[in-house]
Design a binder for this molecule. Structure first.
Ligand SMILES: [Mn+2]
Length: 138
């Protein structure tokens, strides 16, 4: 199992490859706000664990195992953002909240949160009913 920090890297690498077609150490360092030497170290570790293949001058590619987990991690992040949004969390708090909780929930909890998200997405009246409760506390 990847550690929370490894999960952050795999999530970011997957996103970079999705959007740009490649993930360079410098891009990973910049978007995660860490020193490039830390990225190199972590990338070597992820290579050993067979999440990716890293070649110093050619960059890195995710293995199918790395790609699969990267995809799940991005899905999890996006699901939690949608969930916090629909339950009415202030927009400027959502990203940091997701970064804070995403590594600490079981996949079972993620799936159940997905159920609640679907429950609200299926019927806007449910969202409005929730807003009514929230307004009643103001
Ligand atoms: Mn994240």
């Amino acid at each position: 199992m990847p550690t929370p920090s490894m999960e952050d890297y795999l999530e970011r690498i997957y996103q970079l490859i999705e959007s740009k077609g490649y993930a360079r150490v410098s891009d990973i360092a910049e978007t995660l706000d860490v020193h490039p030497s830390s990225v190199t170290k972590m990338v070597q570790k992820l290579d050993k664990m067979e999440y990716l293949i890293y070649e110093r001058y050619r960059g890195l590619v995710l293995t199918s195992k790395g790609n699969k987990i990267g995809k799940r991690l991005v899905y999890r992040h996006e699901l939690l953002e949608k969930f916090l949004h629909i339950i009415g969390v202030e927009e400027d708090k959502i990203y940091a909240d997701v970064e804070g909780i995403e590594h600490h929930l079981s996949w079972d909890a993620i799936d159940r949160i997905g159920d609640v998200l679907q429950y609200f997405e299926e019927d806007d009246e449910r969202v409005q009913a929730l807003r009514d409760i929230q307004r009643s506390y103001e």
